[in-house]
Design a protein around this ligand. Structure first.
Ligand SMILES: Cc1cc2nc3c(=O)[nH]c(=O)nc-3n(C[C@H](O)[C@H](O)[C@H](O)COP(=O)(O)OP(=O)(O)OC[C@H]3O[C@@H](n4cnc5c(N)ncnc54)[C@H](O)[C@@H]3O)c2cc1C
Ligand code: FES
Length: 482
């Protein structure tokens, strides 16, 4: 459970037919920031949320709002050129300023704090290149060749006046006055209509802020994004440092404080391909760095990664000019949620914004870096893996409390064996696009390496893009011995 859990408000479920100028699907940071801006500009907005507001990735974030999302601008200039990179830099600065502006004008109590953001790395050359790129794009940065932070020592790139906040409190505050329906999963969108089990919204414009668009065609976002899981442990008794620290070296590590609590996070890996030892490894490192520290909470969550390290913001598909999308925040969704809110606000109101161009959701992906393309092959490999191999593992090989893909009567099945020895069998075909699920030993879940859907040990859906549970096949009681 995250330290940023928020008060639940018991909002109504969508029933019957409602009408709006704009219907937003998903009430995370992206959906709510956009709803807030559109509402302030006089649009009638309806937000439809599958569960409760903010409950998904946004409340599990460590909520650093920064214009410096890791090593970013040097590569960006190399790929898109100085002029396009300048547009990105301007949107990042505008988004950060917008947070401060909303906070000031609406007196939002959410522990918003201005702090330096410090990038620490062993790679001095990369730090220097990033600093040069940022300076060329109008940022004021400082470098320390041999610097020290609470997290680790190395070369430092420092960007002052960034921010951190309590994302749960922010979302609860900006949601006030907006028409939001909770416990209303959207299961179909057709032209101008958004359908849930018990109702529908008719809207001029529809925006997908559902983290991973649950509609596959048109849009084809499943060919352009995968997901990565990251982990957080909350610690007490860590000497407070007045900065947010981020180390992009392998493994990625990050540290920020929330009052007396230190949030140590990172250790990301593609969903479905993690090590069982992540949390253990994090705790070991935390103990080495902060010998007095005591772990008070831990959690994990995941975010969508794009092919070129920029989010997809704009039209959902050229076939649906009145549908929009904000997705693929590459683990920097606090700043990008506001970038997307500003861009989509302008597009929906017909305001020209040339700085939106590099984020265009329909951009060509021909310049995609090779590493990102490799990640997309995971999806293809996931498709065929199941058909090419039959597992060697049998049910009897599984220890109690363990799961895995086993061979049962010539079939490949996912089996979890509980502490009584009862085995629960599920199909390992992901209901999204049929990739093979993998067993996540650390979290006892079935995870999809293709696009990051997750299911509990009994096959119940935890998170999408899959909309359904995995098929539960059978429950087998342990044989009684004489
Ligand atoms: C551990 C961790 C730490 C992070 N730290 C940072 C950080 O320091 N700074 C930063 O900038 N970013 C950070 N991020 C990234 C950031 O948290 C995410 O990018 C951001 O929260 C994504 O917001 P969202 O609104 O797109 O998604 P979500 O918060 O997941 O919201 C999407 C909503 O859509 C709803 N939904 C989905 N499908 C449907 C449907 N069919 N019908 C109706 N509703 C639907 C969901 O229920 C959910 O509420 C971190 C991420 C992780 C995992
Ligand atoms: S096939 Fe897409 S999430 Fe599993």
């Amino acid at each position: 459970m995250s330290v940023f859990e928020m008060e639940k408000q018991n909002r109504p479920r969508l029933e019957g037919i409602k009408k709006a100028d704009v219907c937003i699907i998903g009430a995370g940071m992206a959906g709510l920031n956009l709803a807030f801006l559109l509402h302030k500009s006089g649009k009638k907005v309806i937000v439809v949320e599958a569960e409760t507001i903010g409950h998904a990735q946004s409340v599990h974030s460590t909520a650093k709002i920064t214009c410096l999302p890791g090593f970013f601008y040097h590569d960006l200039i190399e790929r898109v050129g100085q002029e396009e990179a300048m547009k990105v830099a301007r949107m990042m600065r505008r988004a950060l300023a917008k947070y401060a502006d909303v906070l000031y004008h609406h007196q939002i109590d959410c522990d918003f704090e201005r702090l330096p953001f410090v990038l620490v790395s062993q790679e001095m050359e990369k730090i220097e290149k990033e600093a040069k790129a940022m300076t060329d794009l109008g940022f004021q940065v400082k470098i320390e060749k041999q610097g020290k932070t609470a997290l680790k020592s190395g070369s430092l790139l420092i960007l002052d006046n960034q921010a951190q906040f309590h994302p749960g409190r922010w979302m609860n505050e900006i949601a006030k006055g907006i028409e939001i329906f909770e416990h209303s999963r959207v299961n179909r969108v057709e032209n101008h209509e958004v359908f849930t089990e018990h109702g529908k919204v008719q809207a001029d414009q529809i925006v997908f802020c559902d983290h991973y668009p649950f509609i596959n065609f048109p849009g084809f976002y499943f060919t352009k994004m995968h997901q990565e899981r990251s982990y957080v442990i909350a610690l007490r008794n860590v000497p407070r440092e007045r900065s947010m620290i981020y180390c992009p070296d392998n493994p990625i590590e990050s540290l920020r404080f929330s009052g007396k609590t230190a949030l140590y996070s990172g250790f990301s890996h593609p969903t479905g391909k993690g090590s069982d030892e992540v949390i253990k490894d994090m705790k070991k490192r935390a103990k080495e760095r902060f010998p007095e520290a005591e772990v008070i909470q831990q959690w994990s969550a995941q975010d969508c990664m794009t092919l070129d390290n920029l989010p997809y913001i704009g039209r959902f598909s050229s076939m649906r000019p009145f549908w929009y999308v904000a997705a693929g925040f590459n683990k920097w969704g606090m700043i990008y949620s506001m970038v997307s809110a500003l861009i989509l606000h302008d597009q929906i109101l017909g305001i020209q914004n040339l700085d939106a161009e590099p984020f265009d959701s329909l951009r060509s992906i021909v310049n995609t870096p090779i590493e990102e393309m490799k990640q997309m092959w995971t999806a293809v490999k996931g498709y065929v893996q199941e058909f090419l191999t039959l597992p060697e593992l049998k049910i009897e090989d599984l220890a109690e409390g363990e799961g895995g893909i086993v061979e049962v009567d010539g079939l490949s099945l996912g089996v979890y064996k509980d502490m009584d020895g009862t085995s629960y069998m599920v199909s390992t075909r992901c209901p999204h696009l049929k990739c093979q699920l993998t067993w996540n030993k650390a979290e006892k879940t079935w995870d999809c390496p293709c696009h990051g859907s997750r299911f509990d040990r009994f096959g119940n859906r935890i998170e999408g893009p899959a909309e359904k549970n995995s098929i539960f096949i059978n429950k087998v009681q342990q044989k009684q011995t004489d």
